[in-house]
Design a protein around this ligand. Structure first.
Ligand SMILES: NC(=O)c1ccc[n+]([C@@H]2O[C@H](COP(=O)([O-])OP(=O)(O)OC[C@H]3O[C@@H](n4cnc5c(N)ncnc54)[C@H](O)[C@@H]3O)[C@@H](O)[C@H]2O)c1
Ligand SMILES: O=C(O)[C@H](O)[C@H](O)COP(=O)(O)O
Length: 388
C-alpha cells in the first residue's frame, strides 16, 4: 500500500503500519506524485480535482480538515474514489481563538463581554460550540443558520439581525456558487452597515468576506474592530488589509496539537470503516497536568486563554512576514512551523473561579477525548464502488 500525505500532517502512525507513506508539499502536489498511490491524505491547501486524480490508482482521499471547499466531490464520485474528512476535529481550537478575540475586543471597547450580544453566523460544529460557550457566560447569542433552521434543528435570526450584534463571528462553509453561496456573504452593502462600536471576526474562509470591500470600509476609519484568521487569495493577502485589522493570523485558528492529531486519527477511522474493519480504540486519556490560575473576572479569563495561546503573537509574526521577499512562502512557513499549542482541556484547572464564570470554565476544561463528545469522521462512498 502506498500512501501520499501532506507533509504538515502529524500522527500518521496508523497509516504507516498500513504501508509506505510519502510526504509531499500539499500546495505543489501533482498527478505525477500519485502515479502508484492508493491513498491520498491532504489538508486544505491541495485542490482535489479530477485533473489531479484521473488515471491514478488512488481509491481513497482523506482531508484532515473541517472545511472541504478544496475538494471536488462530484469528480471523486465520477472517478469512484471514496472521500473522508474530519468534521469537528479542530472546533475547540477555533472556539478558543474566537473567545479570546471577543475578550480582547471587550477590553478594547471598555465593556464586558457578559451581557453583550454576539451574532454567530453558522451554528455547526464551530459556531454551535462558540454559541454554547457564550451562553454559559450569559452573552445574548443571535444565531443565524437558515439551513439548520429549515431542518428544524435550531431557531435562526436573519443575517441582518445577527449583523446588528455588538460582535459578529463567521462560521459558515465556503460555497462558491448556487442558491446557497456564501462567497462574499459579507459584501460591500453588509460591511457598510457595520460600525466602529462593533467587532467582526472571520475564522471560516477568506472569501466569505469581500476583502477589497472590507479594506475600503476600514480605510474610512469608522469600521468594525476586525480579527481575520483567513484571507482571500491565501497564501498571498492584501498587505493594506493586514495593516487595517486589529489582529491578523495566518489561517491557524484551528491549529492545535489536539485538533491536528484528531484530524489524522479521524481519517484512519474512516479508512477502517470504508474497508469494513473494526474502528481503532479511542486513545487512552492521558493524566492531565494542573493549570493553576484564578478566574475571577473577564481579564483573568483572557489570561487563562492566553496560557494556551496568545493571539497577538500570531499577529506579530504575520506582520513581520510581510517584510520578507516572498510573503506567500512566508505565510506557508508560519503555518508549517506553528509552535505547538494545546487546547485548554489538555490541562486540569485549579484555582478560584467567580460564580458567574463557573459554567464556562467547566466547559472549557471538559475532555472530549472519548465518549459521545468525540467527533465522528464523515465518509462519502461513491455509488457502486467497493474498497477491494
Ligand atoms: N480557520 C481555521 O483554522 C478553521 C478551522 C476549522 C474550520 N474552519 C472553517 O469554518 C467552517 C465552519 O466550520 P464548522 O465545523 O462549524 O462547519 P459545519 O459544517 O459544522 O457548520 C457550518 C454551518 O454553517 C451553516 N450555513 C451554511 N450556509 C449558511 C449561511 N448562508 N448562513 C448561515 N449559516 C450557514 C450550515 O448549515 C452549518 O450548520 C468550515 O467550513 C471551515 O471552512 C476554519
Ligand atoms: O477547515 C479546517 O479544518 C481548517 O481550515 C484547517 O485547520 C486549515 O488548515 P490546513 O488544512 O490548511 O493545514
Amino acid at each position: 500500500m502506498h500512501i501520499v500525505a501532506d507533509e504538515n500532517m502529524p500522527a500518521l502512525d496508523d497509516f504507516e503500519r498500513l504501508g509506505r507513506v510519502t510526504r509531499v508539499d500539499g500546495r505543489s502536489l501533482t498527478r505525477a506524485d500519485l502515479r502508484d498511490a492508493d491513498i491520498l491524505l491532504v489538508r486544505s491547501v491541495t485542490p482535489v480535482t479530477e485533473a489531479l486524480l484521473a488515471d491514478t490508482p488512488v481509491r481513497f482521499v482523506g482531508s484532515a480538515t473541517i472545511g472541504t471547499d478544496h475538494v471536488d466531490l462530484d469528480a471523486l464520485d465520477r472517478l469512484g474514489i471514496a472521500f473522508a474528512c474530519a468534521p469537528g476535529c479542530n472546533a475547540r481550537a477555533v472556539a478558543e481563538y474566537v473567545l479570546q478575540a471577543l475578550l480582547m475586543a471587550s477590553q478594547h471597547h471598555g465593556r464586558p463581554l457578559r451581557g453583550s450580544t454576539v451574532g454567530v453566523i453558522g451554528l455547526g460544529n464551530v459556531g454551535g460550540l462558540v454559541a454554547a460557550w457564550l451562553r454559559a457566560l450569559d452573552v445574548k447569542v443571535l444565531g443565524c443558520d437558515p439551513p439548520l433552521a429549515r431542518a428544524g434543528r435550531v431557531t435562526s435570526v436573519s443575517l441582518d439581525e445577527a449583523l446588528a450584534a455588538d460582535a459578529v463571528t463567521l462560521h459558515v462553509p465556503l460555497i462558491k456558487g448556487g442558491d446557497e453561496a456564501t462567497r462574499h456573504l459579507l459584501d460591500k452593502t453588509r460591511l457598510r452597515a457595520l460600525n466602529h462600536e462593533q467587532t467582526l471576526i472571520n475564522t471560516c474562509r477568506g472569501p466569505v468576506v469581500d476583502n477589497q470591500a472590507l479594506s475600503r470600509r476600514l480605510a474610512r476609519g469608522d469600521g468594525p474592530l476586525t480579527f481575520l484568521d483567513v484571507w482571500e487569495g491565501e497564501p498571498l493577502l492584501n498587505p493594506a488589509l493586514l495593516e487595517q485589522v486589529f489582529n491578523g493570523s495566518p489561517h491557524v485558528a484551528g491549529y492545535s496539537v489536539e485538533g491536528k492529531r484528531l484530524g489524522s486519527a479521524m481519517l484512519y477511522e474512516a479508512w477502517c470503516r470504508w474497508m469494513g474493519e473494526p474502528a481503532p480504540a479511542a486513545p487512552a486519556v492521558a493524566e492531565r497536568r494542573t493549570l493553576a490560575l484564578d478566574v475571577e473576572d473577564e481579564s483573568q479569563l483572557l489570561a487563562l486563554l492566553r496560557y494556551a495561546h496568545r493571539l497577538p503573537e500570531d499577529d506579530q509574526r504575520l506582520r513581520r512576514s510581510l517584510r520578507e521577499s516572498d510573503p506567500g512562502a512566508a505565510f506557508d512557513r508560519l503555518r508549517k512551523q506553528y509552535p505547538p499549542r494545546h487546547e485548554l482541556h489538555h490541562w486540569r484547572h485549579q484555582g478560584k473561579v467567580a460564580p458567574s464564570l463557573r459554567a464556562l470554565v467547566s466547559l472549557l476544561f471538559e475532555s472530549n477525548a472519548s465518549g459521545s463528545a468525540r467527533p465522528v469522521p464523515a465518509l462519502h462512498r461513491p455509488a457502486g464502488s467497493s474498497p477491494r
